[in-house]
Design a protein around this ligand. Sequence first.
Ligand code: PHE
Length: 339
Amino acid sequence: MKEQLYDIKRRATEELSKISTIQDLDAVRIRFLGKKGELTSVLRGMGALSPEERPVIGQLANEIRTFIEERIDEVKKELGEKELERKLRSEYIDVTMPGRRRYLGKKHPLTLVLDEIKEVFIGMGFEIAEGPEIELDYYNFEALNTPKNHPARDVQDTFYITDEILLRTQTSPVQVRVMENRRPPIRIICPGRVYRSDAVDATHSPIFHQVEGLVVDKGVTMGDLIGTLKVFARSLFGEKTEIRLRPHHFPFTEPSAEVDVSCWACGGSGCRVCKGEGWIEILGAGMVHPRVLEMCSIDPEVYSGFAFGLGVERTAMGRFNIDDMRLLYENDIRFLSQF
Ligand code: PHE
């Protein structure tokens, strides 16, 4: 029996010296020390020993068990150290290496001008309003004094969804939605996307952006409109900018005007950007038509107002000297990173 015990000790020692993983270590422990392990099965034979031999063998067995347990603990510690070392080596960070650069995103030029536009009007006490892009014919045309068969409908090639539902062709329907819901004084701008069935070219896109403006109060005049637009034009295009109103027609304003700003490139003397005109058209405007006020239950005898609709793409192209509208939609990073 002594022989058997020493043999276990020898083999356990030998196997433990070859261990390289925690799993192998467990297997060795179970094989020699487990409930069905070798040491246990040897001890089972103790019954056959004489009473003098029993304590001697018992003591030897305990010593060997302790010896193997200690060896296992040592090997476990060594394995842990090796593992830690391997980890440290594989996760080594060279702090002297140059860092990986993180590139910051930028605002799109349309967002940049929109931010500027909002800031100017908020500074003058305007609030931001919003309305749906999928709109009722009623708000886009009817309530804006543009009944069916009105010739002005032809100018704006409309995407109809049903007879009564369409993609708004302008932000003007938001004027009506605001006036239906609140009483004067009203001072809002409404930035938003609009849709017209136009072919894409350097100055057209079927989806583009407008900023609508609406002011309704007692005693609002054309002078207020001109003053407001001047402040706007000068803060976007520079202090020397002039504006010019040309008579025009919109069904929902009377009188109506198209508004030009003096060319941001040449200052008015005529150049390639303004095609020799000295002026560039950026918005439509006018005094809110009495019938539009009436349809929103605002008494035109008491109140008056002005409205304007501004092309955001046009404004951005002017502000940043962009000569092709398509650049604004193509998401070419080389273009966008310039702003
Ligand atoms: N909605 C008009 C357009 O899209 C612009 C406009 C707005 C004109 C408000 C007058 C008043 O052309």
